[in-house]
Ligand binder design. Structure first.
Ligand code: HEC
Length: 408
């Protein structure tokens, strides 16, 4: 130990002894003094039968009398602890080799006296030998004579896993670059543990958790968007024209934004015509005629076990329940057997996938269901092309179906 530290250590030791006394004295006054007054002082008093022992008490209830008796008992018990007979006081009181017999017959009295002895023993111990006894040491196993406790949580900094008390451990703070001994590392008034961006003084919240603070985030509740360069209300990620405030989507992908494109979905019917006819101007499979789709149930996707099955059943001549049973997707826009029958009957020419002049289940129906199951090449067309078919190669069949399937 350096010479400069010695006086410091001495100071703390003295201070702690005072605190020590206060806690012990309270314990004594509340729980031990009444026992001594009631059960012991009759003999342990000047002129009494135990007047020649080391335990002669003053009688009375004034504070100075209490303090004098406290000093007596305490130094008596400390002596016992040092000579290895820690519980002599309670043992004698209970009659063990005691000239006065058993004077502690009540269990709570035994408990009170034992607690007092234990507290004194604790006040004498100092596991980490830092000069602060265990009962007062805010860090009993790591020497910390200064007892520094930044966050005042009763755990000394030397052994506090979260020195600054900001709810982020020292280890995590070091790892994330915040300061383990500053509760608000960026000084924005929000503790590190509650600050979504603890190293950014202008941000403390990130509601959508996208890493951009709410203040800088043009879409604080949308984790997919943070910026809106053209200020049109549509984020740059989704905005097909992020520098053009008048455009953000291009349904048919022809490079002309929908706002400027007279035929958004490129199905050959202008938006104005579609609006007048009640069809969807942004869906190339929705128009008065000629934009047929194999998404028969209008679920936004063509699938083998719904749309494929519907087509093959229709071509076999089924209608009503036999047509649709178990073959309609959960979110179908066209869900009734009447509508589906009507739709497929009206589109009979479109169903002639191989182009042999007839729409049939075991050629056209099979081609569609195989295609939708992902077959291609020979596996797609094998045994399923009608005689005299206009489209008799896998490529031609694939191209024909592909042009009539949403999202492809
Ligand atoms: C009826 C009288 C009487 C009462 C009451 C009495 N004592 Fe004693 N005590 C004695 C006598 C006599 C001695 C001396 C002989 C001995 O050491 O046992 C003594 C000695 C002691 C000693 C040993 C003192 C020493 O110098 O080492 C302790 C400890 C003690 N008593 C505890 C108690 C406690 C605790 C109580 C109260 C709960 C109590 N006594 C009540 C008569 C009494």
């Amino acid at each position: 130990m350096s010479r400069r530290l010695l006086p410091l250590l001495f100071l703390f030791t003295t201070l702690s002894a005072v605190g020590d006394d206060a806690a012990l004295f309270t314990l004594y006054k509340n729980r031990v003094a009444p026992i001594i007054q009631g059960s012991c002082i009759g003999c342990h008093v000047s002129g009494g039968r135990a007047s020649s022992t080391r335990l002669v008490y003053a009688s009375g209830s004034s504070t100075s009398v209490q303090e004098a008796n406290f000093d007596r008992v305490r130094s008596y018990i400390e002596g016992n602890i040092k000579t290895g007979s820690q519980y002599m006081f309670v043992n004698k009181g209970q009659g063990q080799g005691h000239g006065g017999g058993n004077r502690l017959s009540r269990a709570e009295d035994v408990q009170a006296v034992t607690d007092f002895i234990d507290a004194i023993a604790l006040s004498l111990s100092d596991g980490d030998e830092d000069g602060v006894t265990n009962d007062l040491d805010n860090c009993q196993d790591v020497a910390n004579a200064d007892q520094a406790d930044l966050d005042q949580d009763g755990e000394g900094d030397a052994c506090d896993a979260d020195i600054d008390g900001d709810a982020v451990s020292n280890t995590d703070e070091t790892a994330q670059g915040t300061s383990p001994d500053e509760a608000d590392s960026d000084g924005d008034g929000v503790l590190d543990g509650e600050d979504a961006l603890p190293l950014n003084a202008s941000e403390s919240s990130d509601r959508d958790g996208d890493g951009t603070g709410d203040n800088a985030d043009a879409f604080p509740d949308d984790p997919a968007e943070t910026q809106d360069s053209d200020n049109d209300g549509v984020g740059d990620v989704r905005d097909a024209f992020d520098e053009d405030p008048f455009e953000f989507e291009d349904t048919d992908g022809n490079g002309v934004g929908d706002a400027a494109d007279p035929d958004d979905d490129g199905d050959g019917y202008s938006d104005a015509e579609e609006l007048a006819e009640g069809t969807d101007p942004k869906n190339r499979f929705s128009c008065k005629s000629g934009c047929f789709s194999f998404d028969v149930d209008e679920s936004q996707a063509a699938q083998p076990l719904t749309d494929g099955l519907l087509v093959i059943r229709h071509l076999f001549g089924f209608s009503g329940d036999a047509l649709t049973s178990g073959a309609i997707a959960g979110l179908a826009g066209r869900g009734s057997s009447e509508l589906i029958s009507g739709y497929l009957t009206g589109a009979d020419a479109e169903l002639d996938i191989d182009g042999d002049g007839k729409s049939e289940p075991l050629t056209d129906g099979l081609l569609l269901i195989r295609y939708l199951f992902g077959f291609s090449g020979e596996a797609l067309i094998s045994g399923a092309i009608g005689t005299g078919a206009e489209r008799d190669s896998a490529e031609a069949v694939e191209a024909y179906i592909k042009a009539r399937v949403p999202g492809q």
